[in-house]
Design a protein around this ligand. Structure first.
Ligand code: FES
Length: 490
């Protein structure tokens, strides 16, 4: 309900008119993961009954539990990934936690629910490599799934507009492809596009809303989803707006809405957003006032926070492989300080004119605030806010973002351990795809390429996250350092 990521993301449509007191008077609480557009601390504190039992995903770190305890929740049911639990009254649930360093902020999850023979999967933002564990439990009647963008790419990159549009268009298509692939895997009776898009109400981010007919916009709404889904023959999707109610049975689904006409609502999206923006203007202005901490020495703060972690980091630091520069600006966008995070040299120093791997440009007050609040996850705070621009030399490098997501001992150790295990595991099984023999599991996050692999010419695309591999050489074309074993099938 409240904005996330430096007051940049708001829920779309506005949901503030709901009776949150009543909705919060609940027996159970499930929070899928710690992304702040899902974990709304102010809202949970104010509206959700502290008597609720939290259904907790099995995450490698205790952060989600710790944060919920700090808000006053004390009853926890710690689930085990992929194990069904029966609750009072015969409701069955199962939570599948994903735990790679690139899943959410160290963890993302899906919730499966069964009652009286009717099954629902709330897949949410999670991207399991396959949905078999859920299909094994019987036909699913309702599939709730994210379909829109939730990232800063490519909008923040300093690129010519035509390139941005081309990359954005690819990204938008990939998001839909991936969603349709999951829908096809699960074959649920009904589909509900959920968990997005965000909307952007600050004037400086207004251009990110999908209201300008830009085919490169990565934040399509539910109505756009219906249009695209119909093109691939999808006829079983239902839009949910705040206050909508769907009654799903084994045989059918009936949905009612607070608005009279859905098509009308989406046709008037721009005016809805403009009114919403006026209502939220004071909220955004108040948030901005909290960001400035001029007393903070940013260089010293980053040194203190980052250098010990660089010292301990093997895989992430090596994966980044070069220096990363932060250009910090005043609110008028003039650079007032430049700081270098030197990954090979394992130090944080004032930047001169070194050649860098990545360069980020953002307001100094945002970094002041990250240091002031002790934020451990700059990817899921600063970067998701889209309040920065970026430039890079060479390929996308997942280690850069993984490192800035892990600015605590606990997270860093977990991520290092995860990469250690995966680098050293052998993945021996091969499959044949369109005349090529390739390893079965994607080198990125192990998607099964029999389902997600797509070969065109000499390029294999894994449709789970869209990574591309050059088949003759095995080289990853999307990110540094992920080789695919591949050869001609003959
Ligand atoms: S698992 Fe991410 S692209 Fe294949």
């Amino acid at each position: 309900m409240n904005p996330a990521y430096f007051a940049s993301w708001f829920p779309f449509p506005d949901n503030s008119q709901l009776d949150w007191e009543k909705l919060g008077d609940t027996d159970y609480l499930y929070v899928s993961h710690l992304h702040r557009d899902h974990f709304d601390a102010a809202h949970l504190t104010r509206f959700v009954s502290k008597k609720a039992t939290v259904l907790l995903p099995e995450y490698p770190t205790s952060e989600l539990e710790d944060e919920l305890r700090a808000l006053g929740f004390s009853s926890f049911l710690k689930t085990v990934t992929n194990e069904v639990v029966e609750l009072d009254g015969g409701l069955k649930i199962m939570i599948q936690a994903l735990t790679s360093p690139t899943d959410g902020p160290i963890g993302d999850s899906s919730l499966w629910v069964e009652y009286d023979g009717v099954r629902l999967l709330n897949q949410n933002d999670a991207r399991p490599t396959d949905l078999q564990r859920f299909t094994d439990l019987g036909h699913v009647h309702a599939h709730m799934i994210q379909f829109s963008g939730a990232i800063w790419y490519p909008m923040v990159y300093e690129l010519p507009q035509s390139a941005k549009t081309a990359f954005g268009k690819q990204k938008r298509e990939r998001q839909f492809d991936r969603t349709f692939r999951y829908i096809d895997d699960l074959k649920a009776s009904q589909v509900f596009p959920i968990a997005g898009p965000p909307c952007f109400l600050d004037d400086s981010l207004w251009h990110l809303n999908d209201i300008f007919g830009d085919e490169g916009n990565i934040f399509p709404d539910q109505h756009e989803f219906l249009i695209e889904y119909a093109k691939v023959g999808g006829v079983n999707a239902h839009v949910l707006l705040p206050g909508s109610v769907s009654k799903v049975t084994a045989a059918d689904c009936e949905t009612s809405h607070l608005v009279d006409d859905l098509d009308d609502f989406f046709a008037n999206k721009e005016s809805h957003l403009k009114e919403y923006r006026e209502r939220q203007r004071p909220v955004i202005e108040a948030a901005k006032l909290t960001w400035e901490h001029p007393e903070i020495d940013v260089l010293a703060g980053m040194k203190e926070r980052i250098e010990p972690l660089l010292e301990e980091s093997l895989y992430l630091a090596e994966g980044v492989g070069g220096p990363v520069r932060f250009d910090l600006t005043d609110p008028d966008d003039v650079v007032i300080e430049s700081i270098l995070v030197d990954f090979p040299g394992k130090r944080v120093v004032p930047a001169a004119d070194e050649k860098v791997r990545y360069r980020f440009r953002t307001e100094r007050r945002l970094v002041e605030h990250l240091l002031f609040t002790g934020e451990v996850d700059w990817a899921n705070s600063l970067f998701l806010s889209c309040r920065f621009s970026a430039a890079r030399i060479g390929q996308y490098n997942e280690f850069v973002y993984a490192f800035f997501k892990c600015l605590s001992e606990e997270r860093l150790q977990y991520a290092e351990g995860w990469y250690d295990e995966h680098e050293n595991s052998t993945d021996a099984e091969d499959i044949t795809l369109d005349g090529w023999q390739v390893q079965r599991r994607c080198p990125h996050l192990k998607a099964d390429l029999t389902r997600f692999g797509d070969v065109e010419g000499d390029t294999l695309t894994c449709l789970l996250h869209g990574w591309k591999f050059d088949l003759p050489s095995g080289r990853c074309l999307t990110s540094a350092g992920h080789h695919l074993r591949a050869s001609r099938a003959e």
